[in-house]
Design a protein around this ligand. Structure first.
Ligand SMILES: Cc1ncc(COP(=O)(O)O)c(C=O)c1O
Length: 401
């Protein structure tokens, strides 16, 4: 006799408040060659060092030690890779030893490991508003309560942070201080010092998520938040190969205070034992055999022209009264169109019908969204294509001309 079917249990409760990323959903929708997409946060594929990376994989697999690079490996990561990344960070002004680094499967995994190691369900996390969508997902999935801190043209507002630290007592503050996703803004040096002092005073962890710092197109570099002496023992600094080499490598790293190393290593063991051995070895070989400065200079030159094309077209694209960021680096500008009732999500179908795409701004807000905003990425099209894309977008944003 057959038993009546009993439904399998539902997904875990912790998924209840976590929506699928609208950006990733949108990327699936716009995968048509005729679309000029300002939606993704993708690096330009034609600028990947395909030959250099192919040669690096070939090199590490062709040596007698090649089989070792296909074996299980230590959780902390490839020693050569960590030494090379540490040397680069030190040269950029953030003194780092190989032992300070844990290699991760993309910096996104760094966020997951930090959440697993530091945040119990119900823990409070403070984020600047707006902020990186997948960080919000990660903290939501960990069962955290997210509180928001105001930001302006110079990044997070220290006065608002001080208030939130007093009132909500977060355990962790999450920031993208340099060429932020989604706004393109950079936290000024003076504000970094204020944030570091506040973190020290209130005893909170700070995550400095820095995938874009090497992509500066003008102006002087601002030292990392992790380099601020006041907060040196409480900033976790995340780096990534995604924007300087290729995101498909899924390679990133966490620079962690010594006290947190054991906890993060256990979280990493539980997550995936270690990041791909062969990918790490190839990345180390690529770094050792490439003139990284020359490669980055080529990226910066190309992206600067694309940024300029978008900025040049913006006044004729955005309706009168709009405001937008003019980023010194990174991949994004953030546009706010005027009017209380505007919802850029409602404009998206018309944009897609004209073969141009953007990301509506609302999902980047953990608190009350500002639906009149949108994120535009300038990295994946040539200046001419950007000019054409902005012309199409103008027809949507200011149809009367
Ligand atoms: C601010 C920020 N953090 C983390 C990531 C994830 O990067 P990765 O490819 O290293 O996982 C991104 C990707 O766009 C990002 O914008």
């Amino acid at each position: 006799m057959t038993q009546p079917a009993v439904r399998p249990p539902l997904p875990a409760q912790r998924l209840a408040g976590v929506a699928s990323s609208p950006v990733r959903d949108l990327l699936a929708l716009i995968d048509r060659p005729e679309v000029i997409s300002f939606a993704g946060g993708l690096p330009a594929p034609e600028l990947f060092d395909l030959d250099g990376l192919r040669a690096a994989f070939d090199r590490v697999l062709s040596t007698p030690a090649g089989r070792r690079h296909l074996q299980y490996a230590p959780t902390e990561g490839n020693a050569d890779l960590r030494a090379l990344v540490a040397a680069r960070m030190t040269a950029r002004g953030l003194r780092t030893g190989a032992d300070d680094l844990l290699v991760t499967t993309g910096s996104q995994q760094g966020l997951t490991l930090i959440a697993a190691a530091l945040l119990d369900p119900g823990a409070v996390v403070a984020v600047e508003e707006p902020t990186y969508l997948a960080a919000l997902q990660c903290f939501q999935l960990a069962g955290c309560r997210i509180v928001t801190v105001r930001s302006d043209a110079e990044g997070i507002d220290p006065a608002s942070l001080a208030e939130v630290l007093e009132t909500d007592r977060p355990r962790l503050v999450y920031l993208v201080p340099t060429f932020a996703n989604p706004t393109g803004r950079t936290l000024s040096a003076a504000r970094r010092a204020e944030v570091a002092a506040l973190a020290a005073e209130h005893g909170v962890w700070v995550v400095e998520d820095d995938p874009y710092g090497e992509l500066r197109y003008r102006g002087e570099p601002v030292p990392a938040l992790a380099a601020q002496p006041a907060a040196a023992d409480r900033v976790l600094h995340l780096g990534s190969f995604s924007k300087i080499a290729a995101p498909g490598l899924r390679l990133g790293w966490v620079r962690t205070p010594a006290t947190l190393r054991p906890a993060l290593t256990v979280a990493k063991q539980a997550a995936d034992l270690h990041t791909s051995t062969i990918d790490q070895a190839a990345a180390a070989a690529w770094l050792a055999g490439t003139d990284l400065d020359a490669h980055l200079e080529a990226l910066r030159r190309a992206y600067a022209k694309r940024r300029d094309a978008m900025m040049t077209a913006m006044p004729a694209t955005a309706p009168a009264g709009s405001v937008w960021t003019d980023p010194d680096g990174g991949m994004f500008t953030w546009l706010r169109v005027p009017g209380r009732a505007v919802d850029t999500a409602a404009l998206l179908p018309a944009a897609l019908a004209r073969d141009v795409a953007f990301v509506p701004g609302a999902p980047f807000f953990a608190g009350r969204p500002d639906p009149a905003t949108m994120r535009l990425s300038f990295t994946t099209h040539t200046p001419d294509e950007i000019t054409e894309g902005m012309r199409r977008l103008a027809a949507v944003l200011r149809p009367a001309g």
